[in-house]
Design a protein around this ligand. Structure first.
Ligand code: NAP
Ligand code: ZN
Length: 336
């Protein structure tokens, strides 16, 4: 099979021929049809995640079909359409997992494309517990980004304190943000999109934003306050100053949900104290969260807007994502 690997931290992508992997007990082999390119793949490319063993095949937005099933796996059948996202599974039985705190799982916390080879390949071996069942009405190439960009924003919003009609802002309208705007609007929130420059305004409104704030021309915190203050902000930008400039837009009791991996964020303690505001992080979700995301997306008509590349164009595709110019997600189509 053909696969794209990162040979070492900061190394250039290599397109290599590899053996098609046999799934061990508890795992399945997925024939990949499409894989989205997420900004988090830069963690593998640049060696920013601790303990990665190179060479590594990145990719955690994969959609395909089950092709071979390892021993002990029940409930999945060959030919079934599935998605594989960031969360590759956790043990489920250590103290942390039994407390529902699976991030702290010390036994088997797995991340697709980081702790095992991911979806920039024609085939991928995944733990059965990492599979999400794919609704028939969604196409692989269109929907691959729902496996990370989708589930992360959907899950952050549905687990937030925001209720229908509340003001919810999405900071950064890239791969994650453009889905975040759609989910927020479909969940019935008064949705505000915040991005740099004017050019994304018509697109953000098309995606369902009721308001648009150009963070280069306006102060996003002040603009949110003029609208009454945000109950929730989901921050998908990759820049800490952009986050710091927006936290002041929270309403009392508002929550600023950090999703983008940015450097240290400056926060005024008085702002937090005076209105019991808070800043918290959000991690994408488990495979059942991904499955819920796929189903909600099919139901509500949420769609990723993608630019499509072949596997052999991976470097160009990745650079396009990193440039911030993609509208809005970059996807590798294995059939090209
Ligand atoms: N928490 C999680 O579970 C999780 C899951 C997936 C991804 N992530 C992280 O989420 C972030 C976004 O991922 P993505 O795939 O959506 O990335 P992306 O498509 O590259 O979008 C990045 C966004 O960051 C903004 N941005 C970039 N540079 C900026 C700057 N200098 N100042 C202000 N804004 C800037 C852009 O905002 P404009 O719209 O203003 O251009 C763009 O919307 C990444 O850090 C990624 O690693 C986290
Ligand atoms: Zn991702």
């Amino acid at each position: 099979m053909r696969a794209v690997q990162v040979p070492q931290a900061k190394g250039a992508f290599q397109i290599v021929e590899m053996e098609i992997p046999e799934p061990p007990a508890g795992w399945v082999r997925v024939k990949v049809q499409a894989c989205g390119i997420c900004h988090s793949d830069s963690l593998v490319k640049d060696g920013l995640w601790p303990g990665i063993q190179y060479p590594r095949v990145p990719g955690h937005e994969a959609i395909g079909t089950v092709e071979a099933i390892g021993s002990g796996v029940e409930g999945w059948k060959t030919g079934q359409r599935v998605g594989v996202g960031w969360h590759g599974g956790h043990c489920g039985y250590c103290d942390s997992c039994r407390r529902g705190d699976f991030f702290a799982c010390q036994i088997a916390l797995l991340t697709t494309g980081i702790s095992f080879d991911g979806g920039y390949a024609e085939y991928l071996n995944a733990p059965a517990k990492a599979l999400a069942s794919m609704p028939d009405e969604l196409s692989a190439v269109e929907s691959a980004p729902l496996m990370c960009a989708g589930v992360t924003t959907f899950n952050a919003l549905r687990n937030s304190a925001a209720r229908a009609g509340d003001l919810v802002a999405v900071l950064g309208i890239g791969g994650l943000g453009h889905l975040g705007v759609q989910y927020a609007a479909k969940m019935g929130f008064r949705t505000v999109a915040i991005a740099r420059g004017k050019d994304k305004e018509p697109l953000a409104r098309e995606l369902g934003a009721a308001q648009y704030i150009d963070s280069q021309a306006q102060n996003p915190a002040a603009e949110l306050q003029k609208l009454g203050g945000a109950k929730v902000v989901i921050a998908t930008v990759t820049n800490a100053d952009a986050m710091a400039a927006t936290i002041g837009g929270l309403a009392p009791n508002g929550v600023f949900i950090v999703i983008g991996a940015a450097g240290p964020i400056q926060v005024d303690p008085l702002l937090l104290i005076s209105g019991a505001r808070s800043v918290k992080g959000w991690y994408s979700g488990t495979s059942i969260d991904s499955q819920d995301t796929l189903r909600f997306s099919a139901l509500a008509g949420v769609k990723s807007r993608n630019e499509i590349y072949s596997l052999s164009q991976v470097s160009e595709a990745y650079d396009r994502m990193m440039s911030g110019k993609a509208r809005f997600r970059v996807v590798l189509d294995m059939a090209r």
